[in-house]
Design a protein around this ligand. Structure first.
Ligand code: ADP
Ligand code: MG
Ligand code: ZN
Length: 478
């Protein structure tokens, strides 16, 4: 039988506010354990939480970016459970009236398919602390620094059918939120965390199967593996006439398997009730209009502009525009150098290449647009050719702030040779040394010209103006 995978995602995103959601403690990552918390975020009796305005703003803007309806009258609810990383023994969240509902995200997958994923809702909530397990012995140390860090949880409809849709969705969320400046969405650091709900059903069936929820997945690679494993596990169960148990499963990266963690709890288990310490929130139409007005240009619009304005290939434009940082480097370099075509050339052939080869995140690129633009101008002026340019670019890309393009070129004697007499002399000596090949060329094997270009260039240490070399060769081989 052919099976279809059905998935729905619950994604937690940490909002990049300076202070926590209900107190003034810092949200900064790390720090000495239990130094960034106070009686409010650790839930001491008698304290009162106050909603951070910035959290509400970031949340609403996230909702609008995912095409949601904003719930103008929304409120917080108390979700009760005990766990050692939660000193309050409850989490302030939103159950009955989440601030955003009924959205959607349009995606394009790696293989080029266009898919729409519906968003059921987004709610605001506070993060819990962290448990640090000792490597020696059986000790666990609670660190409450993360308690009260603001989160939004984005709950999708069960609209995913393929792994590449899940990856495209998470990439899109990251891109949108990066452009809004509301989160850096780093899965490896936990500022974006995805739980994958997965069921399988016979292809063609309209009824959903019983699902499991996988937690603890912290990279695209793991998501791919976890989906592959879990779907196979469920299919094998069903084909053997057994049934899937609805439960929460943990993905173990090392064992490459999922393990049952707990049977799935439902809302009743948490004894939700309206949070009595925080008044309901009302969001006005004016506020919503204001946030719509300050929306930045997102990746989709940028792609269109990069293609039409700068002549980028669709795929290249998609890669650059997906990242706010790459797009900024590209656009500023074009603006500073006045040369879109040359900038595009170096962006695609070198910047993207080094990022892939060395696994560099866009936000960690140290090359400034000023330097990049200076380089573009130097190449364009014919001061160095593109071949030598690659060497210079590499040195510049990894050279940091103090790198000086002009100095480097002088120091290494890389200036382009444009002296016609010198080039003619070199070309002539190559032709003289290869009379047989010259003959073959003249007999019609014109492809051999590349050989002469290569040899002449080599003789001139790669620094000759390739156009002049070509010209001279054309004349001499007539
Ligand atoms: P709960 O509140 O119990 O976690 P929800 O109804 O909120 O359950 O759904 C959680 C997530 O599971 C959502 O993203 C939803 O799309 C997804 N989901 C629900 N049913 C299924 C199913 N049968 N197969 C796969 N995913 C599902
Ligand atoms: Mg849930
Ligand atoms: Zn605090």
């Amino acid at each position: 039988m052919e099976w279809e995978i059905v998935m729905g995602l619950e994604v937690h995103v940490e909002l990049a506010t300076k202070s926590k959601i209900f107190c003034k403690c810092s949200t900064e990552f790390g720090g000495t354990p239990n130094t960034r918390c106070c009686p409010i975020c650790t839930g001491m009796p008698g304290t009162l939480p106050i909603l951070n305005r910035q959290v509400l703003e970031y949340a609403v803007r996230a909702g609008l970016a995912l095409n949601c309806e904003i719930t103008k009258y929304n409120k917080f609810d108390r979700k009760n459970y005990f766990y050692p990383d939660l000193p309050k023994a409850y989490q302030i969240s939103q159950l009955y009236l989440p601030f955003a509902q009924n959205g959607y995200v349009d995606l394009k997958t790696d293989s080029g398919r266009e898919v729409t994923i519906r968003i059921h809702e987004i709610h605001m909530e506070e993060d819990a602390g962290k448990l640090v397990h000792s490597m020696f012995g059986d000790t666990t140390y609670p660190d409450y620094n993360r308690c009260g860090v603001p989160l939004i949880e984005i709950v999708s409809e069960p609209d995913f059918r393929e792994t590449e849709e899940v990856i495209a969705y998470l990439s899109k969320l990251k891109s949108q939120f990066e452009y809004l400046g509301i989160s850096d969405c780093r899965m490896e650091e936990g500022s974006m965390r995805a739980d994958v709900n997965l069921s399988v059903r016979p292809k063609g069936s309209t009824k959903f199967g019983i699902r499991t929820e996988m937690k603890n997945i912290n990279s695209f690679k793991s998501i791919e593996r976890a989906i592959a494993f879990e779907s196979k596990r469920q299919i094998a169960l069903l084909e053997a006439g057994e049934s899937v148990v609805q439960e929460t499963r943990r993905w173990d990266e090392n064992k490459e398997k999922t393990f049952a963690m707990r049977s799935k709890e439902n809302a009743q288990d948490y004894r939700y009730f309206p949070e009595p310490d925080i008044p309901p929130i009302s969001i006005t139409d004016e506020e919503i209009q204001h946030y719509i007005g300050i929306c930045p240009e997102f990746a989709d619009e940028k792609v269109k502009r990069f293609v039409s304005e700068f002549g980028l290939a669709q795929k290249d434009a998609e890669i650059i525009a997906a990242s706010k940082y790459l797009a900024k480097l590209f656009e500023e370099t074009v603006a500073n150098s006045g040369d879109a075509a040359e900038t595009r050339y170096w962006m695609i052939s070198e910047v993207l290449y080094f990022m892939n080869a060395k696994n560099i995140r866009p936000e960690d690129i140290t090359l400034s647009s000023d330097k990049f633009a200076e380089f573009v101008k130097i190449v364009k002026a014919g001061y160095i050719n593109r071949k030598v340019g690659r060497q210079v670019f590499e040195a510049m890309f990894f050279g940091g702030e103090t790198f000086d393009v002009n100095e480097y070129i002088k120091e290494h004697g890389l200036e382009q040779i444009d002296d016609r007499a010198q080039i003619e002399e070199a070309v002539q000596s190559i032709l003289d040394a290869n009379p047989q090949i010259v003959e073959q060329y003249k007999a019609g094997q014109t492809k051999l010209k590349a050989y002469f270009v290569g040899q002449s260039m080599k003789l001139l240490k790669g620094k000759a103006n390739p156009l002049t070399v070509n010209e001279v060769l054309n004349e001499k081989l007539k």
